[in-house]
Every structure is written in C-alpha cells, then in structure tokens.
Write a protein that binds this ligand. Structure first.
Ligand code: CAA
Length: 400
C-alpha cells in the first residue's frame, strides 16, 4: 500500500545519510564505473602526473587515454549521446580524478563547465554540436573572466557589435581553463554596455574561428597539469545564430551555469582532501617516534579525526546539493555551501597533512606539498569563497 511504498522511498533516501562512503550509495552500474575510474586514476594518472606537476606540461597522452575511455563526457545527457548517469555517481568519479591529480580533474570538470551554458540556453542544434565535441574526445572552455572583471563579471569589457547577420567580438578573457586546447568556447560579451548585466550576451564559438586565439599561458602554483590561458578575441565574426539564448541574457546564463558547476568544484576539493587524509594515515602508521608509530599518539589521532570530519561533511554537502539538482529542486545556496566549505577544508586538511608528515611534508619528495598547492585553487576559481558567502548570505537574508 501507500505506506509501505513511502517506507521504501524513505529507506532509499536514508541510504544517502546512513553510510559514510559515496561508494556504498551507488547502484551496481555506478560501482562498476567507479572501480574502472579508480583503477585508471591509480595506474595511469597519479604517479605519472608528478613529473608534469614539475614541468607544467599538459600531459596529452594521459588526456588522450582518458578521453578514449569517455571520462571527458560524463555530464553529456543521454539524449545527446552521453552515458546518462546521475550526478551523485559523476561526483564520485570526479572525486577519484581529483584524488589522483587535481589538474587532471580540473581539465575535465572545466570542459563540462563550458558545456553547461549550452545545455541551459542553447538550441537543440547547439546542444548536439557541443555534446558531440565532448563525446568525441574534445574539450569546452567557459570564457567569463577578464583581467578587470573576475568577481564582477557584469563589468566585462569584451564587446559584441551587431553587423548585419553577424556579431563582431573584441576583447580579452583570462584564466581560461582549456584555453589552448578547447574545441569550443562559450564567451560572454557586452552587446549593450549601457544596460550593465542586462546588456551581456553569451556566444558559442568553434575553435579555429578567425580572430580567436589563446594568449599568455599561466605558470600556476598548483593544478599544473591543466591548461590555463588568456583567450584573445580580435574581430571575431560569428553568425547571429551563435548566440546562446537571447541578447542580454548572457549574465543570467552565466549565473545559472556557475550555480550548477560549483557543487562539482566541491567534489574536486573533497578528492584532494581525501587524498590528504589517506597520505596522513599511511604515514602515521609507519613513522616511528618515541618507540611507536606516531598514529598511536592521541595528538595525531585527533588531527586525523578532525581531517576526516571535515572531508566527510564536505562530501555529504556535495551529495546533498547534487541530489537536489538530480531531483529538479532549487540548489543555489547548497551549491555555494558545497563549493565554499569543501574548498576551505581542502586547504585546512592539506596543511594538517603537511604537519603530520613534519619535515617530510615540506619536502617535494613527498606528495602532500603538492596537495596544498592544488587545494588552494578551490578557494579561488568558479567564484572566490568570498563570492560564495555573498551568494549564501543573499539566499538566507534576501537583498535588503
Ligand atoms: N541564477 C539566475 N539568475 C541570477 C543568479 C542565479 N544564480 N544570480 C543572479 N541572477 C540574476 C539576478 O536575479 C539579477 O536579475 P534581475 O535584475 O532580473 O533580478 C541579475 O542576475 C543580477 O544579479 P545581481 O544583482 O545579484 O548581480 P551582481 O552583479 O551583484 O553579482 C554575484 C552577483 C553572485 C556576485 C556574481 O557576480 C558572481 O557570481 N560573481 C563571481 C563570478 C565567478 O564565479 N567567476 C568564476 C568564473 S568561472 C571559472 O573560474 C572557471 C575556470 O576556469 C575553472
């Protein structure tokens, strides 16, 4: 009857909260996928990326293999040729990627960030075109940030001027993940400067369009296996049909994109935090001081417990936000909390991991100093954690 049906639903729901491991809440297909991705990340990404972290080179061979496996198109909906898995499962896979190498995760998650505005506002044709690029092993890039418009993208200087059936774009975007490797670019530009955020429009532009080029490549502190460049637009002519949504809707499309993307940033941060916990435990069990492994001392046990509390709480916030998203419910505040909290704790947990490893933690011979460098970006990109606090306070206080 109705009640037993309700009880089954409740038990299903409880699964999200009663266990402390994402693996346990996945269905069989999700578990199989996770096992495959774990194996790939462990054998083909984790150790290999160490050398690329030093050189700063984009590890094309690793990405080629990952794209061949279909890891770049996990967020492509089934109707456009994707494998059609739920977001909680995707987050578990992204977490594995970030655990192995946060730059590797960033390349893939930011490519799917570029797809989101197309899925939010594109025509069927635009959606299919962009999805095909990811399914066939290509990348997307989301070009919102500018040298003088980071936290405040409404003040963008890039312009798009209508000329007959075309728009002509001029400007410079910066800090663009996949800037030099993307197959398509989503670019925001002012179509009417006088209208502020209501005068911004978004365009879907194929790589190779004359006038669009990758500029300066950033030499970054962390996530060094990801490609981050300026994207320069010099008299880039696109047909009017390249616009995503209507003229003046670009800012809102960008905001909706970021709402959706921020939880996925959270799961990247959780991956880094989990790796810190794993490295700290492994070290604490084998490093002997005063005649016993340091993990036998309460000082270390409590640090590890606090690291675990933070990591698991962040993971559950990510799962909660994605569950809301999968159910079609509002997630604006939850996504900002997931991103903000996970980014903050990733840095804290990385610092603790370094402390547990002591002098070795500070050495480049050991993996945890890289984890701190990688963790820091999660407090900065896709909206600084100060911006997340604006979003959260507005959600609970309203504008007054
Ligand atoms: N969904 C839908 N509409 C939204 C919205 C949302 N989440 N947020 C705002 N809007 C709408 C508002 O309703 C408003 O519309 P109306 O006037 O019709 O009501 C309009 O947009 C303007 O809103 P605000 O006045 O709130 O805008 P604001 O200028 O104060 O900015 C902000 C709000 C949240 C601070 C926003 O500017 C912001 O998110 N800034 C951070 C930008 C960011 O995250 N950049 C990261 C770039 S991506 C990146 O890092 C990628 C990478 O490579 C990894």
């Amino acid at each position: 009857g109705v009640i037993s049906k309700q009880r089954t639903d409740l038990n299903e729901q409880k699964k999200y909260f009663a266990t402390d491991r994402t693996d346990d809440i996945l269905n069989d297909e999700g578990k199989d996928l996770l096992a495959t991705v774990k194996e790939f990340c462990e054998n083909e990404v984790k150790e290999q990326c160490k050398a690329y972290d030093v050189s700063g080179e984009w590890p094309k061979e690793i990405y080629d293999k990952a794209m061949e496996m279909g890891l770049g198109s996990l967020e492509v909906p089934e109707e456009y040729g994707g494998i059609g898995i739920d977001r909680v499962t995707i987050s578990a896979l992204y977490e594995e990627m970030a655990k192995a190498d946060a730059g590797f995760y960033t390349t893939i998650a930011a490519s799917n960030l570029g797809l989101k505005p197309v899925l939010i506002a594109g025509t069927e044709e635009q959606k299919q075109w962009a999805c095909d690029i990811l399914v066939n092993g290509g990348y997307g890039a989301f070009c919102l940030t500018e040298p003088m418009a980071g936290s405040d993208p409404a003040s963008c200087k890039t312009t798009a001027v209508k000329d007959g059936d075309e728009y002509v774009l001029n400007g410079r975007k910066c800090f663009i993940t996949n800037g030099a490797v993307a197959g398509f670019y989503v670019v925001t530009a002012a179509t009417d400067k006088a209208l502020g955020n209501k005068g911004i429009s978004a365009f879907l532009i194929p790589a190779g369009t004359p006038g669009l080029s990758a500029g300066n490549e950033e030499n970054k502190m962390g996530i060094r296996t990801s490609n981050t460049t300026d994207v320069v637009l010099e008299d880039v002519r696109v047909p009017a049909g390249a616009m995503l949504g209507k003229e003046g809707e670009g800012f809102k499309v960008a905001m909706k994109t970021l709402d959706m993307a921020r939880t996925f940033v959270g799961c990247g941060a959780v991956g880094v935090a989990q790796r810190c916990v794993d490295e700290a435990i492994a070290y604490a069990k084998q490093r002997v001081t005063f005649g016993k492994p340091i993990g036998k001392f309460e000082a270390i046990q409590f640090m590890i417990a606090d690291m675990e509390i933070k990591t698991e709480t962040a993971r559950q916030m990510v799962v909660h936000s994605l569950t809301l998203m999968d159910k079609g419910l509002d997630y604006n505040k939850e996504s900002a909390i997931a991103k903000c909290y996970s980014g903050d704790i990733a840095v804290e947990v990385a610092l603790d991991a370094i402390q547990i490893l002591g002098g070795y933690g500070y050495s480049r011979e050991y993996p945890v100093e890289k984890l701190l460098r990688d963790a820091k970006i999660f407090q900065i990109y896709e909206g600084t954690n100060q911006i997340q606090r604006i979003v959260i306070s507005r959600a609970v206080m309203g504008k007054f």
